[in-house]
Write a protein that binds this ligand. Structure first.
Ligand SMILES: *[C@@H]1O[C@H](CO)[C@@H](O)[C@H](O)[C@H]1NC(C)=O
Ligand SMILES: *[C@@H]1O[C@H](CO)[C@@H](O)[C@H](O)[C@H]1NC(C)=O
Ligand SMILES: *[C@@H]1O[C@H](CO)[C@@H](O)[C@H](O)[C@H]1NC(C)=O
Ligand SMILES: *[C@@H]1O[C@H](CO)[C@@H](O)[C@H](O)[C@H]1NC(C)=O
Length: 251
């Protein structure tokens, strides 16, 4: 119940905030849908419904528009809500922005994925409306979701996922490579407050040989925002675009 109220908070305090740093948040169908689902779960919990099991064997990934390879033979270990930036560079005005990496903090949504699966795809859309907490180890405000992972790049083709958060078990450090991708669904949120250049693609990433730990595959799904403008016209030589996504880790 406490957990559900915390999830409800993720939506309600957007409305309560006098002046969100990223602009005014409107009462959207996304937010209404999310609140409907949270309140249904709260009613079920009040009526003595089953308490959450956090049993990841019950969680199922959404299917990408171009289906990604299945994690055959692997076991789901963790599901995280990622919030951060995708970085791009622009050499001149006529070039196309080049992706040079990303930096994000990941928060533990394993229990949401297993027990309240219909909330999961909406969470990146809400998280995109918030800046990250100023305390780097704090939960994802205003929810109570604990920090689990840091995401960054060690070079432009190597996404890294480091389970080095003090609030989370150490599942290792994954040095990954992009193995397969799909465009995000056509109805994906294009950016914060519905303004932006689209949602970054859905990805299937596999571990490189220098990975520490047992994670073999990582999926980036339910993306919101993160795409750059189509051309470098009017862009600085380096810039970042806010994004959020749900990441699934398999061992
Ligand atoms: C702009 O940058 C692109 C990519 O590096 C390069 O191919 C192109 O020649 C550059 N154009 C000009 C006008 O410098
Ligand atoms: C991405 O941009 C952020 C600033 O928005 C910067 O702090 C970070 O170092 C950059 N990371 C990479 C890998 O380019
Ligand atoms: C990037 O890092 C990966 C993993 O550490 C390494 O295998 C790869 O050779 C590096 N690529 C470049 C271009 O440095
Ligand atoms: C995620 O949360 C669950 C439930 O609290 C916990 O059992 C698990 O260890 C956490 N995983 C990570 C990687 O933080």
């Amino acid at each position: 119940m406490k957990y559900l109220l915390s999830l409800a908070c993720l939506a309600t305090s957007i409305l309560a905030a006098p002046a969100p740093p990223q602009g005014t948040f409107e009462w959207t169908p996304t937010l209404a849908g999310y609140m409907d689902v949270v309140f249904q779960y709260i009613q079920q919990a009040k009526a003595g419904g089953a308490s959450p099991t956090c049993d990841l064997s019950k969680a199922a990934m959404p299917v990408a528009p171009t289906p990604l390879p299945a994690p055959s033979g692997l076991t789901l270990e963790h599901v995280a809500l990622g919030r951060g930036v995708q970085n791009y560079t622009c050499p001149n005005a006529t070039a196309t922005p080049a992706a040079v990496g990303a930096v994000a903090r990941f928060y533990n949504v394993s229990c949401v994925a297993s027990d309240w699966a219909d909330l999961l795809p909406i969470m990146p859309n809400l998280a995109l409306q918030y800046p990250l907490p100023s305390d780097p180890n704090a939960p994802l405000e205003p929810s109570n979701l604990a920090l689990s992972t840091h995401h960054f790049f060690s070079n432009t083709t190597t996404p890294v996922f480091a389970f080095d958060a003090p609030t989370s078990p150490d599942l290792g450090t994954i040095f990954a490579q992009k193995t397969s991708s799909s465009d995000a669904p056509a109805n994906a949120v294009v950016g914060a407050n519905g303004q932006g250049h689209g949602a970054v693609g859905w990805l299937y990433l596999t571990s490189r040989a220098d990975t520490v730990g047992d994670i073999k595959a990582v999926y980036r799904l339910d993306t919101a925002g993160g795409n750059p403008p189509a051309t470098c016209q009017g862009q600085p030589s380096a810039f970042s675009v806010d994004y959020a996504a749900v990441y699934w880790f398999y061992k």
